[in-house]
Design a protein around this ligand. Structure first.
Ligand code: ATP
Ligand code: MG
Length: 243
């Protein structure tokens, strides 16, 4: 099953060097599932933002897992920041993700035993590159990001269980942004928010990404958010796409 209406794709002339993401003929099949997910081609230049929408089950989260290197695509090509992910080992894909990619998961995936600052600083512990990019004082960078995203000061020492959903979302966004990764992948992070807070959050995320020159790929089932993004991709269910 799955997809498309590709408004990002692109041009035979695009080269790996001038794109953050370049995919061709990407497919994925989950174990035990008869249908294969086929994804439309993506070409994303540095600093540009892509909105991916589609109904539940069309493969949005699966596509992000391929873009982040958490799963390796079965067929096709996928280049992130000039590196062909399908050719890299699991360890090399983990390194690329730690250095170059910030991920905001659908369920945030904050570490329950770390407080807000500890969660935001995690990428700086996993990657010397991100730590270096965060400047002389990563904790100060974390505080600045959290303030810019509107998290109250009193939340800095709290663990995720003592934060509201909207506050956890801001922590997850700051963790993705710290150390200015080239690419931020955001999986439906606004689904729990009302319209006003949802639009505000997307604006804050894109403003902060622009400050650090990061490209954002933002997944949502909500077409109302599309106006914030210059590039769009729609995944649609299609029946009977057997391998
Ligand atoms: N771990 C898994 N094992 C087997 N099948 C899976 C797994 N994760 C997802 N799928 C299947 O892959 C398809 C796409 O799922 P995916 O989670 O990517 O959709 P989605 O567009 O992100 O949906 P939602 O909007 O509900 O988050 C669905 O048919 C789903 O059942
Ligand atoms: Mg999903």
């Amino acid at each position: 099953m799955s997809q498309h209406t590709d408004m990002t794709s692109d041009t035979a002339t695009s080269s790996h060097a001038d794109t953050v993401i370049l995919t061709r003929d990407l497919c994925w099949q989950w174990p035990g599932q008869a249908a294969r997910l086929r994804f439309p081609d993506i070409t994303l230049p540095p600093g540009e933002h892509l909105f991916i929408r589609g109904a539940s089950g069309t493969g949005k989260s699966t596509l992000l897992s391929l873009l982040s290197g958490m799963n390796r695509s079965m067929t096709g090509t996928l280049t992130v920041h000039g590196q062909e992910l399908t050719q890299l080992s699991g360890g090399a894909r983990d390194r690329l993700r730690a250095d170059r990619i910030g991920v905001i998961f659908q369920q945030f995936n904050l570490v329950p035993y770390l407080d807000t600052l500890g969660n935001v600083l995690l990428p700086c512990h996993l990657s010397a590159h991100r730590r270096h990019q965060a400047g002389d004082s990563p904790p100060a960078a974390a505080r600045r990001l959290l303030a810019a995203l509107g998290l109250p000061e009193e939340c800095l020492g709290r663990k995720p269980a003592r934060l509201s959903t909207g506050q956890q979302q801001r922590v997850a966004a700051a963790r993705a942004l710290i150390g200015s990764p080239d690419l931020i992948l955001a999986d439906e992070p606004t689904s729990a928010l009302d319209t006003l807070n949802r639009d505000r959050f997307v604006r804050l995320l894109l403003d902060q990404a622009a400050n650090s020159g990061s490209s954002v790929v933002f997944v949502s089932h909500d077409p109302a958010l599309a106006g914030h993004f210059e590039r769009h991709l729609e995944l649609t269910p299609t029946m009977g796409d057997q391998p």
